[in-house]
Design a protein around this ligand. Structure first.
Ligand code: NDP
Length: 255
């Protein structure tokens, strides 16, 4: 396995590296994979079910699609091994895979709680643990967790999702502290309402309420989140770690 060659013309992004994006078949993950590819990185696009979307995204950036269920440590391990064999050691990890299963606390089932926690929080733990040994050895790494404004503000009907996203903040800051001295950064982006399949499921009324709290006055796009993630993954972001970076049109100002 050879080190990635620095690619030309990508400054201030810096060296071309191998990246793995979980949930790369969905809206924000797909846009992130494409942005990282455009920055010159070699990208593995993770998917759980939607292989076609992941392969389409991978084809756009000359990357690869890789099957990975973040809730299963064995699946995560197999995916990393496949990427290492095909592209080289993973130096950029974007923990983006996520689901919602909304419901009021009074009626929330154990399955709703566990499914959301195990995908959004356990999933990031599994992938970060698998990635960290290599990053420590190489004395370089970029980990970006995709949280949500809801992780700080809470949201009625989303106790499971908000708890998972709040947990990701603690995970991010702890990993940042553990790995900082070895050139590995760990940050979290906290998107506000973004137009993807996840928000397509909402009613007009719910969307109106969401946009109502956004000073910019509209939903964000997956690409607007992806650009911030790609920056945090770049060499240029070497002094940014443990940060919670809102990408929310101003929605969480003051929180
Ligand atoms: P999408 O529904 O478009 O994408 C979700 C992605 O997660 C899909 O690629 C899906 O894969 C993947 N996924 C789900 N479960 C698993 C699993 N067990 N293992 C691996 N992958 C899995 O949603 P978004 O793009 O909107 O969401 C991406 C992230 O952004 C999530 O973490 C979400 O919580 C966060 N976010 C989104 C916001 C929004 O408004 N859209 C706001 C704030 C945060 P597949 O389809 O292949 O099964």
């Amino acid at each position: 396995m050879s080190d990635p060659e620095p690619s030309e013309g990508v400054d201030p992004v810096g060296t071309a590296r191998v990246a793995l994006v979980t949930g790369g078949s969905g809206g924000i993950g797909r846009a992130t994979a494409v942005a990282l590819g455009q920055h010159g990185h070699r990208v593995a696009v993770g998917y759980r079910r939607d292989r076609e979307s992941a392969e389409k995204a991978a084809a756009e950036i000359d990357g690869m699609a890789v099957e990975l269920d973040v809730t299963e440590p064995d699946s995560v391990d197999a995916a990393f091994s496949g990427v290492e064999e095909a592209l080289g050691p993973v130096e950029i990890l974007v923990n983006n895979a996520g689901i919602t299963a909304d419901g009021l606390i009074l009626r929330m089932s154990d399955d709703q709680w566990r499914d959301v926690l195990s995908t959004n929080l356990d999933g990031a733990f599994h992938a970060t643990r698998r990635a960290s040994a290599t990053m420590l050895r190489r004395r370089f790494g970029r980990i970006v967790n995709v949280g949500s404004v809801v992780g700080s503000t809470g949201a009625a009907g989303q106790a499971n999702y908000a708890a998972a996203k709040a947990g990701l903040i603690g995970l991010t800051r702890s990993v940042a502290r553990e790995l900082a001295s070895r050139g590995v950064t760990c940050n979290l982006v906290a998107p506000g309402p973004i137009s993807t399949a996840m928000t397509d499921a909402l009613t007009e009324k719910q969307l109106g309420e969401l946009v109502g709290i956004v000073p910019v006055g509209r939903m964000g796009t997956a690409e607007e989140v992806a650009r911030v993630i790609a920056f945090l993954c770049s060499d240029a972001a070497s002094y940014v770690t443990g940060a919670v970076v809102p990408v929310d049109g101003g929605a969480s100002m003051g929180h």
